[in-house]
Ligand binder design. Structure first.
Ligand code: ZN
Length: 302
């Protein structure tokens, strides 16, 4: 997922033809100078979705407001991010993708962060199965979370009595100092590094593609001195107000049910899911942000 240079993006925009792109996905009929189809973004009986070869845009006159160029169409129709849509167009038109070197450096930190979070997530999940982590498992049981949910949501724990230590596991992989710092999984104290998420039940937070990008950690009831819940800070891979908890798992159910329940946190999502209400996501904060609203709108407006 490397950054694509501005020149390549411009070349793709100049080369691609909106009629070709859209008709590779839906059937278009020519009427006058434009092409028409049933709108793929809302349900209708008469075609009000128009594609203009001269303006290189599509417009829905049926009221759903869909409008844009070839890139927007692929993003909306194939549910892609901007760079994946660009990549798809480059493949379609056999355009060689040039990488922006400066952005590549940043990308490198990002891919290291994704790997760090992936390793940490597996680590925490494995620790929960350790016999020494019984109190964490019992705590989850006391909150009525069953084994299936622990596995589906990859719930784990950070237990300082188990070994090996997360820091040692990660050090073996030789990540850059910058990536390790930005990951925010350790706090540098006068007694050395301590884990940010210590003595907690760990919920991995994933992006819609299922990549772990953050953690939420909950202390056990008997540990009232620590803050009850802590979350990863924003990082190059995680922006709190732009993500949901659970969406990677629940997105198909949201599309199937054509609606979503917005709930507050991890417990709410897992408990509803366990009780067969699977079209649910956790906002993870006090109020829904604009960015979250546009993200969930890719799946449903209800
Ligand atoms: Zn429409």
């Amino acid at each position: 997922m490397a950054r694509i240079s501005e020149q390549t993006i411009q070349q793709i925009i100049d080369t691609s033809d909106i009629v070709e792109v859209i008709s590779s996905r839906i059937e278009l009929k020519k009427r006058g100078i434009n092409f028409w189809a049933l709108c793929p973004f809302h349900s209708e009986k008469t075609p009000s979705f128009s594609v203009s070869p001269t303006k290189q845009i599509y417009t829905c006159f049926g009221g759903c407001g869909a409008k844009g160029g070839a890139i927007n169409f692929l993003m909306e129709y194939d549910k892609l991010n901007f760079y994946d849509a660009i990549t798809k167009l480059a493949q379609m038109y056999s355009i060689e993708i040039e990488i922006d070197e400066q952005a590549k450096q940043k990308q490198n930190v990002k891919s290291q962060l994704l790997e760090i979070y992936s390793i940490a997530s597996i680590y925490y999940h494995t620790q929960l199965a350790d016999i020494k982590s019984e109190e964490y498992l019992n705590y989850l049981k006391s909150r009525n979370i069953n084994d299936e949910m622990i596995s589906i949501f990859n719930i784990g724990c950070s237990n300082k009595n188990t070994s090996p230590k997360l820091l040692d596991v990660l050090r073996e992989k030789k990540f850059s100092a910058e990536a390790m710092k930005k990951a925010g999984l350790f706090i540098n104290t006068k007694n050395g590094y301590v884990e940010t998420f210590n003595s907690r039940v760990i919920f991995p937070i994933k992006n819609p593609n299922g990549e772990v990008i953050a953690f939420a950690g909950r202390v056990l009831e008997k540990n009232p001195k620590l803050r009850k819940f802590i979350n990863s800070y924003d990082s190059p891979i995680y922006y709190k107000s732009k993500n949901f908890y659970g969406l990677d798992i629940t997105k198909d159910y949201i599309q199937k049910e054509k609606s979503v329940f917005l709930v507050e946190g991890q417990w709410d999502v897992v408990r509803l899911y366990q009780n067969n209400i699977k079209n649910v996501v956790g906002i993870g904060g006090t109020s829904l942000t604009d960015l979250q609203a546009s993200l969930i709108k890719l799946y449903t407006s209800n």
